[in-house]
Design a protein around this ligand. Structure first.
Ligand code: SAM
Length: 287
């Protein structure tokens, strides 16, 4: 079995299988043994855990995960990579390779993965699907204990943003609503083949177990948050009166007042608890 955590191994496999990395699938392969090991440390994966890896590529991270977890399910969209990936994990019996688009994976399949063990997600995510993948994981009914992702630094900024900052948006509210999140460490662009134009960061999201879900449901709350951020230059009041939520002006004013908010407030300054309160009051009016 080749150790896929080295640039020479990546080059040899690409040559042997006649492959070229596909830029449109975000194929920048992570090949630094120490940083891969550090990422698996940050994920807290242990022998009792089932792991879902999204986008295993040529298997560098998969090899490290298989050495630590009870079981690894790796979902890769690119059919060309399945044969080299199988070769990369041939020495392990605790891994299942699935060819498919993670964004199309049904939630019941995710729930099955977490049915018998603690489910942790670990992934080096392509930039173009970072937000939809995280939104899908956060909104999933599967009991995902933690999600550890390697993402571009700009995306890490949005994931970890605090209320009032420029990067704070729908994804930041969602993350804060469901998880405790932290940046673990930076990964320089030199750790990838081919080398991307930007540096990355490992981010760890740990599910809040003690969370009290909104009475209106998480999905309705996120509908309100999306509507509230729909036009960032508009006030929250105007966004709540737009068709996505469709409150009458006096209804929206009364809800903001009940939350102790000024009628000119903008969504980007509100913490997740206030969004929850607003959503619960709106649900009473329109559901
Ligand atoms: N995990 C490998 C590593 O760390 O070297 C590869 C990471 S590479 C940044 C992203 C991988 O995600 C690629 O192999 C790409 O083909 C795969 N991918 C892209 N979109 C995907 C999707 N929607 N579902 C599953 N895999 C996807």
């Amino acid at each position: 079995m080749r150790n896929m955590s080295h640039p020479t191994a990546i080059a040899a496999v690409m040559h042997d299988y006649g492959l070229q990395a596909k830029r449109n699938l975000g194929q920048n392969f992570f090949c630094d043994d120490n940083l891969l090991e550090a990422m698996v440390d940050a994920s807290e994966v242990g022998p009792q855990d089932a792991v879902l890896e999204i986008g295993p590529g040529l298997g560098a991270l998969t090899q490290h995960l298989c050495a630590r977890a009870a079981h690894v399910t790796a979902v890769e969209i690119d059919g060309r990579l399945i044969a080299p990936l199988r070769e990369a994990v041939a020495d392990f019996t605790n891994v299942q390779i699935v060819q498919g688009d993670f964004l199309r994976m049904e939630d019941c399949k995710l729930k099955q993965l977490g049915a018998a063990a603690f489910l942790r997600v670990v992934a080096n995510l392509p930039y173009y699907i970072t937000t939809p993948v995280l939104e899908k994981l956060l909104m999933s009914d599967a009991h995902i204990v933690s999600t550890t992702v390697l993402v571009q630094k700009e995306a890490a900024g949005r994931i970890l943003a605090s209320p009032g900052s420029k990067a704070y948006g729908v994804l930041s509210v969602m993350v804060r609503h469901f998880c405790q999140a932290r940046a673990c460490f930076d990964v320089p662009r030199q750790a990838f083949v081919p080398q991307p134009g930007v540096d990355s960061c490992v981010v760890h999201l740990c599910r809040k177990e003690e969370r009290v879900p909104p009475a209106c449901g998480d999905a309705f709350m996120m509908r309100v948050v999306r509507a509230g951020f729909a036009m960032r230059r508009k006030t929250l009041l105007n966004n709540l009166c737009a068709p996505a939520i469709g409150l009458a002006r006096d209804q929206a004013q009364a809800i903001l007042a009940a939350c102790g908010l000024d009628a000119r407030v903008r969504g980007e300054v509100l913490p997740e608890e206030t969004w929850q309160h607003i959503a619960e009051l709106i649900a009473k009016e329109i559901v």
